[in-house]
Design a protein around this ligand. Structure first.
Ligand code: FAD
Length: 411
């Protein structure tokens, strides 16, 4: 079995496809080592195990909307794409979305997957409850407000199998998505805050190969949207654009300022399309928002050293949260993301250069993407790491759910 991009081969001795929670409990009780894989969209070995790999793909697909609490509850193997119709029928939405809805909610939550928007927190912050099958096979439900909750949401797969997950919703909203091209880097640096706050969700895409940021994507709430030919010196795109210049923009969600449902605009790629390039690697580093411009300028200064192996880079913002292992824990955050061509050796060299450049800004790496940072450095970036490890030890005293990635990195 391989990951979605086909560049990580899982080492699992056995793959289990349970169809009932009781079966999951039984598998967990019997296993010495195990891990759950979601939709396999991670770019490192975070989901891997040399024991039993569980996929929840054959579990029931129940989706329950609670009209009183305005929450949606579903199973651990369900993707964002699958809950979109139920949300639409109920007039509800999610505050934010990643670039794609193809990923499982539990898998995205486990790694603090995020979208963009100065006021938008990571996707994990929408989780209000989750139910685990713990290492001893017992079922434990945690909800927001419980002592362990903030440690258990971004769980890196280390606490057990998430069999149920509940998300907060917001009233459904409409978005107008517009793409501009040719944003001068000098303007991006001088007006960074104005740019990232210019719409509900903003992304800057760049190949780091000129004096411009290639594309500025604005996802505006339709109620506040005003059509414009220019934004911050960038010009309105003449046709639909893909973040990767040589790919077909018509495979992306609706652009051109045509307002419509959040669920068809908040992601860059619709569920019906292959997201991004397909055969690729990704890295992402989070810096404290207060260092965003300095970090941006530092990367710009050395762009020639890493741009040859890059498809495209994306710069996004996230509001701080309180989830212990979240990339945005305790700090408003800017993410510098890199979609790489699939040359692992060249990517590793480029990642070394980027990590060295960003080191003064104390970046946190995206848990699910390629990074080389030393474990001690990663550990130093998470003030609640000791508490997280205690929690993992309580849920899983023998480390059944720990794989080589987690053991080397954190334990
Ligand atoms: C094209 C593409 C675009 C992307 N865009 C973004 C983006 O916009 N923003 C961003 O932040 N990231 C992005 N990512 C990264 C992606 O969001 C993460 O890799 C995410 O974790 C993938 O979810 P998954 O369901 O594939 O989980 P997997 O990769 O299968 O697993 C991730 C982790 O979750 C654990 N896990 C999964 N299911 C469960 C469960 N039920 N119980 C317990 N643990 C579980 C696994 O053990 C593993 O540790 C992108 C990836 C791709 C391929």
């Amino acid at each position: 079995m391989k990951n979605w991009a086909g560049n990580i081969t899982f080492n699992a001795a056995k793959i289990e496809r349970p169809t009932r929670v009781e079966e999951i409990q039984d598998i967990v009780r019997r296993a010495d080592k195990l891990r759950v894989v979601g939709s396999g969209h991670s770019f490192n070995t975070i989901a891997d195990t040399d024991g039993t790999l569980i996929t929840l793909a054959d579990m029931p697909r129940a989706i329950r909307v609670d009209p009183t609490t305005k929450t949606i509850t579903t199973g651990g193997g369900i993707t964002y794409a699958r809950i979109l119709p139920a949300l639409a029928e109920s007039g509800l939405g999610l505050a934010t979305g990643a670039s794609l809805p193809h990923i499982t909610i539990a898998g995205a939550t486990a790694t603090s997957t995020h979208g963009s928007g100065d006021a938008n927190q990571n996707l994990s912050a929408a989780v209000s409850a989750l139910t685990f099958v713990r290492a001893d096979g017992e079922i434990v439900k945690l909800q927001r407000g419980d002592a362990d909750f903030d440690g258990a949401v971004v769980n890196l797969g280390a606490l057990g199998v998430v069999v149920d997950i509940t998300l907060d919703t917001v009233p459904a909203y409409d978005i107008a998505q517009t793409v501009f091209t040719g944003l001068p880097v000098s303007t991006a640096l001088a007006e960074f805050d104005a740019i990232t706050s210019s719409a509900y969700s903003v992304s800057m895409f760049t190949r780091w190969n000129s004096t411009n940021v290639d594309q500025l994507w604005q996802k505006a709430l339709s109620a506040t949207y005003t059509p414009a030919q220019h934004a911050f010196g960038a010009s309105l795109a003449a046709h639909a654009l893909h973040p990767i210049a040589e790919f077909d923009g018509t495979t992306c969600t609706q652009q051109g300022g045509i307002a419509g449902s959040w669920g068809e605009r908040i992601f860059h790629f619709p569920a019906s399309a292959t997201p991004s390039a397909g055969n690729e690697l990704q890295s992402e580093f989070y810096v404290d928002r207060k260092n965003a411009v300095a970090a941006f300028a530092a990367l710009y200064a050395i762009q020639q050293q890493f741009n040859h192996t890059l498809y495209v880079s994306e710069i996004r913002t996230m509001a701080a949260d309180t989830l212990w292992m979240s990339g945005a824990y305790g700090r408003d955050t800017v993410g510098f993301h890199f979609t790489w061509k699939p040359d692992a050796a060249a990517v590793s060299t480029a990642v070394d250069i980027i990590e060295a450049t960003l080191a003064p800004f104390e970046p946190r790496p995206h848990w699910a993407k390629v990074f080389n940072m030393a474990p001690t450095v990663v550990q130093s970036r998470y003030p609640k790491l000791a508490e997280f490890k205690q929690l993992a030890n309580r849920f899983d005293p023998d480390g059944k759910f720990r794989n080589s990635y987690l053991t080397k990195l954190l334990f």
